[in-house]
Design a protein around this ligand. Structure first.
Ligand code: AMP
Length: 363
């Protein structure tokens, strides 16, 4: 089997690293010259709405999957006429639009922050009055890593916020004073087999994921799995789906879903029985799913903007080095380090050592 991927970044690259041992070949489409997945399979360089480039990808693909959600819906529809696409057009359309995804959560009785949709400054003024402050204003589409967002603390912050964010459709969200953030990664195969990874605690810096660590036997695990399962069933979903939540006391508030393998699941490569990348490929290829258990204490750090000294990191026992082969640029994810250890205490010690070596440049 051959799987085509829309997007040729590190997520596609890690999918290919998992697909090759399964006897599955991968090809990629990306507008960027020399996108890093191209080290692992043929890369078609072309825009996501370039039908000539898409046809080139389809010549090498029995089915198609995605590395990110902001794919033009027309592209997805065009591909779906020729080969199966996983996840489906409907799943992508919902997940690329924060308003549609929040509406889906509310329809399924999955709690969220209070929300309003904003199409002009007058809507924003009304939301301000109805939902109050503090709040967070986000573009409905094309936001990532905290981009396309503005925190509103005073009425002054809101005065020109609509224009500041580009006069595009926005969502107004009540600001959640959360205890911490978690994600739950689930996978559903074409035969509707389901599996879930343990909840992962995520720490961000300037809106970008900095550190992820799975939490064993978390009391909210079941609740999170139920929400992921409901969303996957509602969207007739195939593949890996990541669901991000805020933890507030003993409650989970839904933030967003990503219809793809996710940065908070990179620890699964060395830290679980079957990685999120392998499980995504298994789901898309309709193979039996692998086990999602964390096999040992594990944590992951992103490498952003600049690489630490490789030898120094690799000298620390249990470290696993991942270099995506991308040019360093401030604020760009260029690799990650996974750390495993036999005990929680040893993991903590190793993490502290790794943290002293990180030289992230967030921009
Ligand atoms: P997002 O792109 O929606 O994942 O937002 C990026 C980050 O902004 C999240 O990981 C949170 O740390 C923060 N954030 C997003 N929405 C809210 C909210 N409603 N209340 C408080 N913090 C938020």
């Amino acid at each position: 089997m051959r799987i085509g991927v829309i997007g040729g970044g590190q997520l596609g690259r890690m999918m290919a690293l998992a697909a090759v041992p399964l006897g599955i070949r991968m090809a990629f489409l990306d507008p960027a010259k020399g996108a890093c997945a191209g080290d692992l399979g043929p890369l078609v360089e072309g825009a996501y709405d370039d039908h000539y480039a898409i046809r080139e990808l389809l010549k090498m693909s029995d089915r198609v999957t995605f590395e990110f959600e902001s794919v033009p819906p027309k592209t997805v529809a065009f591909i779906a006429e020729q080969v199966p696409v996983y996840p489906s057009a409907r799943a992508l359309e919902t997940a690329r639009d924060r308003w549609l995804e929040k509406n889906l959560f509310q329809r399924l009785d999955i709690p969220t922050a209070p929300i309003a949709d904003i199409t002009d400054q007058a809507d924003l003024d009304r939301a301000l009055e109805r939902l109050g402050l503090p709040a967070i204003l986000k573009t409905r589409t094309l936001g990532y890593d905290g981009k396309g967002q503005k925190v509103l603390r005073t009425a002054d912050d809101a005065a020109d916020a609509f224009a500041e964010l580009g006069s595009v459709p926005l969502i107004y969200e009540g600001f959640v004073e959360f205890d911490y953030e978690v994600s739950c990664i689930g996978v559903r195969s074409a035969s509707a087999e389901l599996a879930f990874y343990p909840l992962v605690r995520n720490e961000h810096r300037q809106g970008m994921l900095y550190r992820s660590q799975p939490l064993a036997d978390h009391p909210l695990q079941r609740l999170a799995e139920a929400a992921v399962g409901q969303v996957m069933a509602a969207l007739d979903y195939v593949g890996v789906l990541a669901f991000e939540f805020f933890v507030v006391g003993d409650r989970l508030l839904a933030n967003e879903i990503a219809p793809r393998v996710h940065n908070s699941g990179h620890w699964t490569i060395e830290g679980s029985t079957c990685s999120q990348f392998e499980n995504h490929i298994r789901a898309v290829a309709d193979l039996p799913l692998g086990r999602c258990r964390a096999s040992q204490p594990v944590a992951m750090y992103n490498l952003i903007g600049a690489m630490p000294e490789r030898n120094a990191v690799m000298t620390i026992p249990g470290t696993h080095w991942h270099d995506y082969g991308k040019d360093p640029r401030p604020g760009r994810k260029i690799g990650h380090i996974t750390i495993t250890a036999p005990t929680d205490k040893q993991l903590e010690e190793r993490c502290r050592q790794v943290e002293t070596l990180l030289v992230n440049d967030l921009g």
